[in-house]
Design a protein around this ligand. Sequence first.
Ligand SMILES: Cc1cc2nc3c(=O)[nH]c(=O)nc-3n(C[C@H](O)[C@H](O)[C@H](O)COP(=O)(O)OP(=O)(O)OC[C@H]3O[C@@H](n4cnc5c(N)ncnc54)[C@H](O)[C@@H]3O)c2cc1C
Length: 323
Amino acid sequence: MSILVFIEQRDGKVRSVSREALGEASRLAASLGGPVVGVCCAAADPGLAELGAAGADNVLLATHEAFAKYDGAGYAAALSAAVKTLAPAAVLFPASAMGRDLAPRVAAQACVGLASECSAISNAGGRLVATRSVYAGKALQKVAFPASPAMLTLRAKMFAALEPQAGKSAAIEPLAFAWDAAAPRARVTALVAAKGGKQDVTEAEIVVSGGRGMKGPEHFALLESLADVLGASVGASRAVVDAGWRPHGEQVGQTGKVVAPKLYVAVGISGAIQHLAGMTSSRCIVAINKDPDAPIFKVADYGIVGDLFEVVPALTGALQQPR
Ligand SMILES: Cc1cc2nc3c(=O)[nH]c(=O)nc-3n(C[C@H](O)[C@H](O)[C@H](O)COP(=O)(O)OP(=O)(O)OC[C@H]3O[C@@H](n4cnc5c(N)ncnc54)[C@H](O)[C@@H]3O)c2cc1C
């Protein structure tokens, strides 16, 4: 049985989360058997053949002029057609904004459940078991799938993409599907990119986040400078976003984005459980806080107790020194 992977593209570019999902699908296919099949919805082929190097054996391409932008109903019709035709063992989606909207539609149409926000998948004697966090990251839950196919959304940065396999390309096949584009219930009219052209916090390798300890929006220039020398994106706590200091797209946490970068620097953030829910999977956590009892230090690998208005410029200056 095959493993289907939804290939997310934006503006004709395949997103890195899809390569991570293909990597995990390849690892699962090695123990379950069966091919790894990508399914992409687009107005035109965004260069899918190269996904062979990322682990896809072949890719089904559903083309429609309306797919220049995301269309939940149209994409779901295409994915459901692929599920019906191939009867796969599993369908993997990225836990991105698009994947979170699309996966429940496809699961509902297939009358199966959905394990969302998974951080690990294992094969227990031919049965897939997914690990996902619950209670704002306080506990891990393991879920099995009573019906086939198993449907899962995968958290960004939790699954490694394959080392590109040189010379391997995927066969592209057209995917037939039925969908009435003339009667949409909802339509995406525009996608507005975040200002500054920085990488989204979910995709960045390094995230520097600021909290209420920053004291005001004007002081985020300090974090922008630190982020620039580190090649990082800037994130924020909800307190900061609610105060209107930073845009919602930067919010990390339970009601914001879940990030798992190589390095997460929390500056003037207390470490409330709802914030921790979004960043404790980071590989290395550095906390800067003047309160030695701040809960953020419980999850930090490195802690600096001090005034951020002294520590951050000193750190930025030190990192700017030639090494
Ligand atoms: C349902 C629900 C969902 C939520 N979702 C989220 C979410 O997604 N993300 C999120 O972040 N929060 C979320 N929250 C809010 C969360 O509970 C906290 O209120 C919030 O995270 C606190 O933000 P903060 O750490 O920036 O502010 P504070 O808790 O006020 O912490 C500020 C920190 O800055 C330190 N500080 C102050 N001055 C300095 C200085 N000069 N130098 C160094 N340190 C200094 C202080 O010691 C303190 O630890 C949610 C809450 C609820 C109820």
